[in-house]
Design a protein around this ligand. Structure first.
Ligand SMILES: Nc1ncnc2c1ncn2[C@@H]1O[C@H](COP(=O)(O)OP(=O)(O)OP(=O)(O)O)[C@@H](O)[C@H]1O
Ligand code: SF4
Ligand SMILES: [Mg+2]
Length: 324
């Protein structure tokens, strides 16, 4: 029998319509995610990196159907979930959960932690009464919180503890796949490692699959099995983590990874850091050929005329560049 991936995005696109003017309306589209294809296997962590605004969050939202994709498809465990209606999508709403960057903004300040973690149990009719109470305490224990925390409100916690509450809420419905959208960016460095270790332990214990978005490229390297690099709504390179960090082939990946700060000033000078020049083009009028052409030191005429295909340059290593 053919083995399928847990998540398969095929030519996935998410365009946002922009209308300008009242009398003479001008319609244009922000191509936040433009024709991306990738898969995530069960139990793995797929890292997604790229500069601010390149479409990482929108990709996560399109996969989890917080947005209805404007093109392409998403398959979950072999089933096409792209256009399911609310009722048909209900079972997947439990399987797919999100953890957000800012736990404070995503937790209702007027609800106690027990109510926040318990809310999804009520929505999905998972349990009630004494059983519900015990399950909430079990979830809190699982993320390193205790009984005393249950009756507190979000403002009574530290940033790290609040993120733990967000994770407990995501775990409440027994998910299989969690989209972690910059889950540690808002936390102190000392707390970041604790939350990452916890996410790794939970993954092992519960067999979870992660899509992990972060700006910290060293952290992405640490946690991911495979990594995808996005630029202006497109995926430009995907490979297994060490292959991507050691043998990257796309000029944008090279520039992005060479920007990782190196503590030793001598090593830093020797590392051959590539500085990206020029502004990121607007996703409102993205260029016709290679989207990176305006900033790429190797751009040739062909690059401006024709978009490169996403080719498999080595086993499992995909690159979109005319040079490859
Ligand atoms: N609801 C929306 N309506 C219109 N444009 C949007 C919407 N959401 C995102 N965008 C635009 O789509 C592009 C991609 O945004 P997205 O939030 O996915 O980027 P990101 O890679 O997650 O950035 P960051 O690293 O800053 O979080 C941006 O140009 C953004 O302005
Ligand atoms: S296709 Fe051309 S412009 Fe684009 S990354 Fe490759 S060399 Fe640079
Ligand atoms: Mg984002």
């Amino acid at each position: 029998m053919e083995q399928h991936h847990l998540i398969e995005a095929e030519n996935l696109s998410m365009y946002f319509k922009k209308v300008k003017g009242v009398v003479k309306q001008k319609i244009s589209y922000v191509k936040a995610v433009d024709n991306v294809s990738f898969f995530i296997d069960k139990g793995e962590t797929f890292g997604l990196v790229g500069e601010s605004g390149c479409g990482k969050t929108t990709t996560g939202r399109a996969i989890s159907r917080l947005y209805e994709p404007t093109g392409g498809s998403v398959r979950y465990d072999g089933a096409d979930i792209t256009h399911l209606n609310a009722k048909e999508f209900m079972p997947y709403r439990k399987k797919i959960q999100m953890i957000f960057q800012d736990p404070y903004a995503s937790l209702n300040p007027r609800m106690t932690v027990a109510d926040i973690v318990g809310e999804p149990l009520d929505i999905h009719h998972i349990c009630s009464g004494k059983q519900r109470e015990e399950y909430i305490l079990e979830l809190l224990r699982r993320v390193g919180l205790n009984k005393d925390h249950a009756s507190r409100y979000p403002h009574e916690f530290s940033g790290g503890q609040r993120q733990r509450v967000g994770i407990a809420r995501a775990l409440a419905v027994n998910p299989e796949f969690i989209i972690c959208d910059e889950p540690i960016s808002a936390l102190d460095v000392s707390i970041q490692a604790q939350v990452i270790n916890m996410l790794e332990d939970l993954q092992e214990e519960l067999g979870l699959t992660y899509l992990f978005v972060a700006h910290d490229l060293s952290m992405v390297r640490h946690i991911s099995d495979r990594v995808g690099v996005m630029y202006l709504g497109s995926l430009v390179e995907i490979a297994e983590t060490e292959e991507l960090y050691n043998h990257n082939q796309h000029p944008y990946t090279k520039a992005l990874l060479s920007a990782i700060p190196i503590a030793d000033p001598v090593l830093s000078r020797q590392s051959g850091q590539i500085l990206l020049e020029g502004d990121v083009p607007s996703p409102l009028n993205s260029p016709a050929g290679c989207k990176f052409a305006s900033r790429c030191p190797y751009a040739k005429n062909e690059c401006r005329d024709r978009a490169p295909e996403f080719k498999e340059a080595a086993r499992g290593h995909f690159v979109a560049c005319h040079l490859v």
